[in-house]
Ligand binder design. Structure first.
Ligand code: SF4
Ligand code: SF4
Length: 593
């Protein structure tokens, strides 16, 4: 250690760095320790693979360049990019400058941070270039800081959102972050006023400051810069700025195949701590854009979970439509986390379905290669069931109608409300019915059931939504559809679109029947019909506003019919649409065979 390159003002900075890394180590170890068995197995399986290289690339792309935020809001993207990449480069190039100056790789660890103070004016390799680059990087970071300030004060001006309700730690971290770079600029410029060692920015400002008694305040300014760094590092792990480090860990775990489990694990905490509070999830949420509910979106939910101040109304007021999950630049599975927190709220008096006798569902029925599970919602739109029966018959496919007597559910609505144990009972019973049937394919008309069977059950038979089944029948030549000169639009139901990617099958079917027109919000940008079973907080008027927003988009091309492939969407639209224009895809197929 070169003690000529030391001043007591480096102590707060060094203290802050040590505390930061101790806190990070404690948090990371505790989260990884609390992963469940399946999540650990995924890491073990994939850690030594190309997935790790892919994770490194994604971490650079998202944590430094913030590509996903750029795609949604370039100004917000630039703000994050300049702060993250600019600050890292100030450290990296600062280290290069310190090495060039000292002529050896091992320099005092703080030299890169306070270089201008210790530099004595002697010449060293690439001095002018390095001084220019360091000033340029400081400008770059300051421009991001200016945007962060504008975002905080006049967020709407930049199409951004003010998302923070600050805890005391948030306030200290925010104020210290805002001070770090202006203090560095002032400290370096004051030193430049005396030593004439600044670049285009610091020397110009230094020349202006030279008329003041800079000798008196130059060292206090370096102290202030070091203290601001210290405060930021000490408070950062207890604030949203923790996302800077946690997001990197999340990217690696996700690439290794770790996903949310049904219960709270260390991975849930990693996701919660990866939210940067960018606010992108607010703009895509129909509770905000249609129903004007502005305080329940993912950013607020995660903030309240972090601050241990979650109100059950915030956890419950969500359609679980996944629009925010799709838009989140960090890819946080907020809807899964909401279900975990709904579960934590308690199970109250929901029955456990002991009365369900699994043997009677296939009893007395001839075996068949296909099981048809209509789903509870389909039973309240019987036109879909009649159409599916007609389609099975016309295709000459033999099937067993499992839930014909309407008394078993897939369990997903219960799961969405947080009643995990009860949903598990239904899952076990239904799994046993499906296994005992000996069928090869399970067809369902309900996207909610499809999502459940395909992703939550571990079935060893093929699971098809009826859009996929009908498309297969067309491909095999078992259904011949007659094309009409009708204008059609298609509404992608949330549960089979985002996450399940069933986009092409319904479009191919509809184009075989009529002329499909596109709409503003389709495929993974689809809107919710407003009938979601997952939101028990929404009143009828608020739900109707959501439905009406979605219907406005669907009716814009003035179609003859609006086609959907979800009984709940059909029911909700029909209730709110005066003319008889809404059809399920099975109904329009059945009419045109
Ligand atoms: S949940 Fe995602 S989109 Fe919403 S504020 Fe957090 S990081 Fe941004
Ligand atoms: S899941 Fe849908 S309703 Fe819930 S917060 Fe996200 S966008 Fe809003």
């Amino acid at each position: 250690m070169n003690l000529d390159m030391y001043n007591p003002f480096v102590i707060p900075f060094a203290f802050g760095v040590v505390i930061l890394f101790v806190n990070l180590a404690i948090a990371f170890v505790s989260w990884l320790y609390r992963l469940d068995k399946v999540q650990r197995r995924q890491i073990g399986k994939n850690i030594i693979s190309f997935k790790t290289l892919a994770a490194i690339w994604e971490a650079i792309r998202e944590c430094l360049f913030h590509r996903n935020i750029f795609k949604t809001n370039p100004i917000l993207g630039y703000m994050h990019f300049s702060l993250a990449f600019g600050w890292l480069m100030l450290i990296v190039i600062g280290k290069v400058e310190a090495v060039a100056y000292e002529g050896q790789y091992f320099t005092n660890p703080w030299l890169a941070i306070f270089f201008r103070f210790f530099e004595d004016g002697r010449d060293y390799p690439y001095k002018e270039v390095l001084t220019f680059v360091m000033d340029f990087l400081l400008c770059f970071v300051l421009s991001g800081l200016l945007l962060a300030f504008i975002k905080r004060m006049y967020s709407k001006l930049l199409g951004m959102r003010k998302t923070t309700k600050h805890t005391p730690s948030d306030r200290v971290a925010l104020i210290s972050l805002w001070c770090i770079f202006p203090l560095r600029l002032l400290a370096e410029s004051s030193t430049a006023a005396i030593e004439h060692n600044g670049g285009f920015l610091t020397q110009s400002l230094g020349n202006l400051l030279a008329f003041l008694p800079v000798e008196k305040f130059v060292t206090p300014l370096w102290w202030a810069y070091s203290i601001a760094l210290c405060l930021f590092f000490v408070f950062m792990p207890f604030t949203r700025y923790m996302h800077i480090f946690t997001e990197v860990l999340l990217i690696f775990l996700r690439k290794w195949g770790v996903i949310e489990s049904q219960k709270h694990t260390g991975y849930t905490d990693i996701e919660i701590n990866s939210c940067s509070r960018c606010g992108i999830c607010i703009d895509v949420c129909q509770l905000n854009t249609a129903a004007k509910i502005n305080d329940v979106q993912s950013v607020y939910f995660i903030r309240d979970v972090r601050d241990l101040s979650l109100d059950r109304h915030i956890a419950n007021n969500c359609l679980l439509c996944n629009r925010c999950v799709q838009a989140c630049p960090v890819g946080i599975e907020t809807t899964m986390i909401r279900q975990i927190y709904r579960y934590k709220q308690g199970n109250e008096d929901i029955p456990f379905y002991e009365y369900i006798n699994t043997s009677k569902y296939t009893e007395g029925k001839n075996s068949a290669p296909i099981l048809y599970f209509a789903g509870c919602m389909t039973h309240i739109t019987p036109g879909i069931i009649d159409s599916m029966k007609n389609i099975f018959d016309k295709a000459d496919d033999k099937y067993i109608f499992i839930d014909e007597d309407k008394n078993i559910c897939c369990g997903r609505p219960l799961r969405q409300q947080g009643f995990l144990e009860q949903a598990e009972v239904l899952k076990e019973k239904l799994t046993s019915i499906i296994k005992d049937s000996g069928a090869e394919v399970l067809v369902t008309s309900c996207p909610i059931c499809y999502n459940s069977f395909a992703n939550e059950y571990n079935l060893d038979i093929k699971v098809l939504h009826h859009t996929q089944y009908i498309k297969e029948l067309i491909d095999k030549g078992k259904l011949n559809l007659s094309k009409q000169d009708v204008k059609l639009v298609y509404h992608d139901p949330c549960e089979i679109s985002r996450g399940n990617n069933i986009y092409e099958e319904p479009r191919i079917i509809i184009n075989s029947i009529g002329n499909l027109h596109s709409t503003k919000n389709e495929k993974d940008d689809t809107l919710c019909c407003g009938g979601s079973l997952a939101n028990i907080e929404l009143n009828t008027e608020q739900a109707a506003l959501i439905t009406s927003q979605t219907l406005d988009v669907l009716t814009k091309p003035n179609p003859d019919f609006i086609i959907t492939s979800c009984p709940l969407c059909k029911k909700t639209f029909t209730k709110n649409c005066s003319n008889n224009k809404i059809l399920d895809i099975s109904e329009i197929v059945s009419r045109n065979i």
